[in-house]
Design a protein around this ligand. Structure first.
Ligand SMILES: Cc1cc2nc3c(=O)[nH]c(=O)nc-3n(C[C@H](O)[C@H](O)[C@H](O)COP(=O)(O)O)c2cc1C
Length: 171
């Protein structure tokens, strides 16, 4: 899939089919994470791959905004070093790369950031020197996903030269 097409069509999906994603494809999605650039190339992130259905239920309980993760085929907990400047941006970049790689393989995903941090740390043995910032759930879609997005028009989001000055997009 063309990168531009992937960006324009990818949706965040929270319903997953029972069908399993094979290990090779999971590894490719993790390779996408590994390939992502990080602040000063520190690669401070550490990822926890969660595949055991029991642990996916625990993960759902350790979140406040991601109950749907219990139905995912697998999940990835993103942990970063908060001392690294720009580390929050790194979270966004790496999760989007994993999501786009998954989308390329017909796998849907969604993230959640509402985390009961103490519970998550306890249940997944996360040490104090890293901070869990987001959780991604992945799986095959239950139905064909159409790439229809609810987004504001470009004219509302982009200004020309100065904040507030009208931008006229060309076709
Ligand atoms: C920083 C960030 C945090 C998000 N947190 C949550 C979350 O806690 N729970 C959830 O279900 N979705 C979460 N989402 C998913 C958004 O709701 C989703 O990207 C948005 O509704 C657009 O979805 P669409 O691309 O399918 O149109 C988050 C997305 C971002 C970028």
């Amino acid at each position: 899939m063309d990168t531009y097409e992937a960006i324009l069509t990818k949706l965040d999906v929270r319903e997953f089919a029972k069908k399993h994603v094979d290990d090779g494809t999971k590894t490719k999605i993790l390779q996408a994470a590994r390939s992502t650039g990080s602040s000063m190339n520190t690669q401070h992130w550490r990822f926890i791959l969660v595949q055991d259905p029991k642990n996916l239920v625990t993960l759902a309980q350790d979140g406040t905004t991601g109950p749907w993760v219990k139905g995912a085929d697998f999940a990835v907990i993103i942990n970063i070093d908060p001392k690294v400047p720009g580390s929050n941006i790194d979270t966004g970049r790496v999760l989007q790369d994993m999501q786009l790689a998954a989308w390329n393989f017909g796998i849907v995903s969604r993230l959640f950031t509402g985390i009961k941090e103490a519970d998550l740390r306890r249940d997944f043995n996360i040490p104090p020197n890293v901070k869990p910032t987001a959780v991604l759930g992945f799986g095959y879609p239950v139905r064909k996903i159409r790439g229809a997005k609810s987004r504001k028009p470009l004219e509302e989001l982009v200004y020309s030269e100065r904040y507030g000055a009208k931008f006229h997009p060309s076709e």
